[in-house]
Design a protein around this ligand. Structure first.
Ligand code: IMP
Ligand code: MG
Length: 206
């Protein structure tokens, strides 16, 4: 990834309320921090500014894909200076814990009709791209006025379908990452940065 650096624990921005560095509660499961809290926040401000410029004069409907995108959605939205509505979808893809099969099941659909709306789909990460590909097809069928994607992370070089991503935060290597909404076995979503896990962390998912 462009600008990837070796970071100290303090750089990760993970300080406990009493100021102890790296007291994240995950006891040594974190291997490397790929994107720091500061890098994430600076990028979301930049994307928010860009979206504000691009959508000026239009009402935006932000659609986040749960659960992973909840952090991106919350922080990004605060940098969009336009009238914005929110809606959420939850999907599950059949497959192993760290891989997608491409078969997607909608667990929670949108609350409202999106016909004629300017829809911006907010995603945490594009890995194979199969989930997003399915969602875009599904949403396009509901005839929105426009449909674009803002993905915080895109894994480099492994998309199995061609996708048109209007806004991308960071390109990262194709490793499994956690934090800032992303989980392994439902843990690690609350980390304020993006990191890889040590091999031991996969051995015994709690
Ligand atoms: P895709 O269909 O392969 O692009 O994967 C899409 C979904 O799989 C994402 O929205 C995530 O929920 C999950 N996912 C993919 N890669 C990772 C990862 O590195 N860490 C955590 N979740 C991931
Ligand atoms: Mg997930």
């Amino acid at each position: 990834m462009e600008g990837t650096v070796e970071l100290t624990e303090k750089d990760a921005g993970a300080t406990s309320p009493v100021g102890e560095p790296f007291a994240d509660g995950y006891d040594g499961d974190i291997d490397k921090v790929l994107v720091t809290r500061e890098q994430l926040q600076a990028k979301l401000r930049e994307l928010g500014d860009q979206i504000t410029r691009d959508y000026r004069g239009r009402d935006v409907l932000l659609v986040a894909v749960l659960k992973g995108a909840f952090m991106v959605m919350a922080d990004l939205a605060r940098h969009i200076h336009l009238p914005v509505d929110f809606d959420f979808m939850a999907v599950a893809s059949y497959g192993a814990a760290t891989q997608t099969s491409g078969v997607v099941r909608i667990l929670k659909d949108l609350d409202r009709d999106i016909e004629g709306r300017h829809v911006l789909l907010v995603e945490d990460i594009v890995d194979s791209g199969l989930t997003l590909n399915y969602l875009l097809k599904n949403l396009r069928g509901r005839r929105p006025a426009t449909l674009e994607v803002c993905a915080l992370l895109q894994k480099k070089g492994i998309q199995r379908v061609a996708l048109d991503l209007r806004y991308v935060g960071f390109e990262i290597p194709p490793d499994f990452v956690v934090g800032y909404g992303l989980d392994y076995a439902e843990k690690f979503r609350n980390l304020p940065y993006i990191a890889t896990l040590k091999p031991e962390a996969y051995a015994d998912p709690a």
